[in-house]
Design a protein around this ligand. Sequence first.
Ligand code: AMP
Ligand code: GLY
Length: 425
Amino acid sequence: MKAIVIGNGGREHALAWSLLRSPNINGVFCIPGNGGTATLANCQNVAMSVSDFDGIARFALVQGAGLVIIGPEAPLAAGLADRLKSEGIPVFGPTQDGAQIESSKAWAKALMAEAGVPTAASQSFTADRKDDAIAYVRQMGSPIVVKADGLAAGKGVVVAASENEAIAAIETIFSGKFGAAGETIVIEEFLTGQEVSVLALTDGETVIPLLPAQDHKQIGEGDTGANTGGMGVYAPTPLLSSEQLDRVQREILQPTVNAFKARGIDFCGVLYAGLMVAEDGTPKVLEFNCRFGDPETQAVLPLLETPLDRVLLACVQKRLAQLDPLVWSDGVSVCVVLASGGYPDDYEKGQPISGIDMAEAQDAVVFHAGTEIKRGELRTSGGRVLGVTSVADNFEAAIAKTYAAVESVHFEGCYYRRDIGYRIR
Ligand code: AMP
Ligand code: GLY
């Protein structure tokens, strides 16, 4: 079977790589892919925009693709899955109505309230109610969290230490800086604890969590500085025991899937719960995403022994309840992201990259994110450039193995955090 992966990040490279480990997959197309998917055996990049719905549908039909996986949130929120489904193409990823769980934080909060899912107390405000928003901040006190409602590439959330900072954030978001994404804001209670990502697969009825992972979202070591897409991750994180994962399934994932159903939404894809786990072990939802996490996918999929296509097709064909339990390797994995110097602010592109072969010779997998091949040479083309992952018997060994491989890779201005996994060391 041939599969198509939509997107060009580390997540999409990991999806293509994982699919190609399956005996059922004899080829993967990435639209548009990156420098890593261009050189992966049996994988081919297709130069097409993720917003070219007509082109993607035509290509999938001509190739007879048995499975199309949509990686990023933007095409999901724009209705790519709806379009492909309407042509009878087997697509893994929610339709536009389901993608609202990520594309509108106010919508997600309302769904959670309806489903009784534990999350931070909050209220939503449209721009014409700015004074009420400010009054809510005064009433709740600080610290407090202010979020732009829509997709803002991770930049729409302000964890405010003071009421004044929160009010400044309200002004900024309503100033139009985020366009339509900032027409509504959600103001919510500040939660403390450990952040854990649970990516779960669902066919709209049954929901199966993958191994829990912990991402490191901030640019600086010790979780300091600006938020990024994610600077490194490890799995399975012991910060969520299997009993707690069962609780997440019971109290968060299944009620959310049931709430989709109650609204008439047929959600097929990843329900990604970004959780805050309090000191007493209580998990609460910080946010939901409607797609695989990045870099989480780069650490979780290398541990999955069940062929990925088998699981995703069970979702597409609505028979997840009949699937045998997922088989996981006994090992653990650690992924360190190598970024362009300056990221998440301005950074240079076009730097030549070397040493990937050496890293891979040390039993690491190097997933590409912001890379491209230009005139036969691999160069940087984005903020997050590579994700170096390795699997070992324990975290100490996996961390050592990953960082040894990272040191083999070079490009001008390369930056990475040296403390991935520090919260469990
Ligand atoms: P989000 O995009 O909603 O996940 O928010 C981005 C980051 O902001 C999260 O990963 C958390 O680190 C932080 N954050 C979001 N909401 C809260 C909250 N209610 N309490 C504390 N931190 C939060
Ligand atoms: N790693 C965070 C995300 O995928 O949203």
